[in-house]
Design a protein around this ligand. Structure first.
Ligand code: SF4
Ligand code: SF4
Length: 187
């Protein structure tokens, strides 16, 4: 989603490079929704397909329609939550807890894992719509439970399930912030 623009030039540039090589907080990898708040100019964000809840809150489902590759196509007009969001990786890099190079390596590692597991999850679940990875965990579980021998099916998919566990641990440890990773955050 991006940087806050208040850093010095080199830090802001490094963070921008990291984000534009990542995009995982926009593509549904680990965030299910983005909430729009009062003050967001929804009219300028029509590509985002906002939805309306019973409580009058607006939000849109990830993957975000404004994401082009790993870049935000409405960057200057992005919603408030996108402007303020910083993943753990950016915070720790800015705090000097690890290097920019290490942060880039973690992004590469996470994206490679996501690219490996997502097609298999789509195939297992029969998903046809563009779907964020975070939306596939539930259907995958339903898929196994629908089979005559769920445990045997899981055993046959041991490599996939191992990769999913490794991926989720990587996201939890280095990217997601607990209060911003759950769909219930916006309801
Ligand atoms: S509007 Fe831009 S920053 Fe916000 S989720 Fe979409 S692509 Fe990401
Ligand atoms: S997950 Fe972090 S590094 Fe990746 S685009 Fe979002 S804020 Fe940037």
């Amino acid at each position: 989603m991006g940087t806050d623009g208040s850093k010095d030039g080199s830090t802001a540039a490094a963070e921008s490079d990291l984000c534009t090589s990542c995009g995982m907080c926009c593509d549904g990898t680990y965030m299910a929704w983005v909430r729009l708040v009062p003050g967001d100019d929804i009219g300028r964000l029509t590509v985002l397909h906002p939805e309306h809840t019973d409580e009058g809150k607006h939000f849109f489902v990830q993957p975000c329609a404004a994401l082009e590759g790993t870049r935000c196509s409405v960057y200057t007009d992005r919603p408030t939550v996108c402007r303020s969001y910083r993943c753990q990786l950016l915070d720790r890099t800015a705090a000097g807890e690890h290097s920019v190079q290490r942060a880039a390596e973690l992004i590469t590692q996470a994206r490679q894992l996501a690219d490996r597991i997502k097609p298999q999850m789509i195939e297992r679940t029969g998903t046809t719509e563009p779907a964020g990875l975070i939306h596939l965990y539930g259907p995958l579980e339903e898929h196994y439970n629908s089979l005559p021998e769920p445990d045997a099916a899981r055993l046959a998919d041991a490599d996939l399930l191992f990769d999913i566990t490794a991926f989720r641990r990587l996201i939890d440890r280095h990217f997601a912030k607990p209060q911003q990773s759950a769909p219930s955050d916006i309801t």
